[in-house]
Ligand binder design. Structure first.
Ligand SMILES: [Zn+2]
Length: 98
């Protein structure tokens, strides 16, 4: 899931946390976005997903779809028409809030 986290210096910023262990995802390549397909899915359907760190995702039952979280974010940027350069211009004090 995405949560707001209070960091050093009183800054608050969004982070991904694992939907199983609650750990903060600090490297998008170390987590997966997963979802379970449903029978009868049709174009345009919305399907909820979970973010799971790879430690928790190892050995879980099959039958799920997944994307490595960094790849998922690339698709999300594309599907949201996200303009990174324009967005960064509107952010003050962009910092890694680990
Ligand atoms: Zn986890």
């Amino acid at each position: 899931m995405i949560t707001m986290k209070l960091h050093k210096g009183g800054l608050t910023g969004p982070v991904f946390t694992c939907d199983f262990c609650g750990g903060t995802i600090t490297d998008a390549a170390d987590a997966n976005a997963t979802w379970t397909p449903k029978d009868g899915e049709r174009e345009g359907d919305s399907i909820p997903f979970r973010v799971i760190c790879k430690d928790c995702d190892r050995g879980r039952a099959g039958g799920r779809c997944w994307q490595q979280l960094d790849h998922f974010l690339v698709y999300l940027e594309h599907n949201s028409n996200f303009d990174r350069t324009k967005a960064i211009q509107g952010v003050n004090g962009l910092a890694r809030l680990a």
